[in-house]
Design a binder for this molecule. Structure first.
Ligand SMILES: [Zn+2]
Length: 260
């Protein structure tokens, strides 16, 4: 039966050799199967496609937080940090953020639940974080508070600023969504027009976090240790420097929204 073994051995050798001989087509097919498509390289400067898009007046979808239930808490908050307990205002600045949380529902639920909030260098208090506006991944704009109502989204400037949250885990995710980014541009232009806010009063949360040397309105009467900036452990990076460069390049080209 030796010849059987020999035949098997030759057959096995032949198959192995045949299998390792790949054609260019085979290699292409394997690459397509196993390689992820290259991630688009994000431009450091405003992409032309965004600049060329036509302005769309934002349509605010009302998704209000129960801010009436938080009045006493907010009176105390604004008295503690700004020595001005009023709940309403005429906004004179805008602060841009991203949420870190991946979807709009969980962000809103986080606002509803409440959390431990900083009370300056006196520890923390239970309270409710809020923002006036939130932009979903596809560019929908949700209104969570009336626009003349102070929010607690940007510690240090909440007495003067509107806060806009963009739902994204990080800056790269945000910048990879042209509809969301463009929606934020249109919203900012619209608010600039509505409240007569100049482009140099559109801030990043990381700039507010750096404090009064960058953002002149920065105020905090509750922190004697860091009265003019965030404590280093609380420093912010949202919404990212590239997003802000795009936004500022855009605003420099187009200015506030056209009169409606
Ligand atoms: Zn933020």
């Amino acid at each position: 039966m030796r010849w059987w073994r020999l035949t098997l051995w030759i057959a096995a050798w032949f198959m192995t050799t045949a299998q390792t001989t790949y054609t260019d087509e085979d290699i292409k097919a394997m690459k397509a199967r196993y390689e992820r498509p290259p991630r688009p390289v994000l431009s450091a400067d405003l992409p032309r496609k965004l600049l060329e898009r036509k302005y769309e007046a934002p349509r605010l979808v009302e998704w209000m937080l129960p801010y009436q239930d938080w009045e006493e808490e907010y009176h105390q908050y604004f008295q503690r940090h700004y020595r001005d307990p009023r709940l309403t205002f005429k906004p004179s600045a805008i602060v841009m953020h991203y949420t870190v949380t991946p979807d709009a529902f969980s962000v809103r639920n986080m606002f509803l639940r409440g959390c431990k909030m900083s009370a300056g260098d006196k520890g923390t208090v239970f309270g409710h974080v809020s923002v006036q506006l939130m932009i979903g991944p596809s560019g929908n704009v949700y209104q969570l508070l009336p626009l003349d109502r102070r929010c607690t989204g940007a510690y240090g400037v909440n007495h003067v600023a509107l806060s806009i949250e963009m739902v994204a885990r990080n800056e790269a995710e945000l910048l990879s969504r042209p509809d969301q980014v463009f929606s934020s541009f249109c919203l900012v232009r619209s608010l600039m027009r509505q409240f007569d806010i100049p482009a140099n009063k559109v801030y990043a949360h990381y700039e507010v976090s750096a404090g009064r040397s960058v953002v002149s309105e920065y105020t905090d009467y509750a922190d004697d240790t860091y009265p003019d900036r965030y404590p280093p452990a609380s420093a912010r990076t949202d919404p990212g420097k590239t997003y802000m460069r795009w936004l500022r390049q855009y605003l420099a080209r187009v200015g506030p929204a056209p009169q409606e």
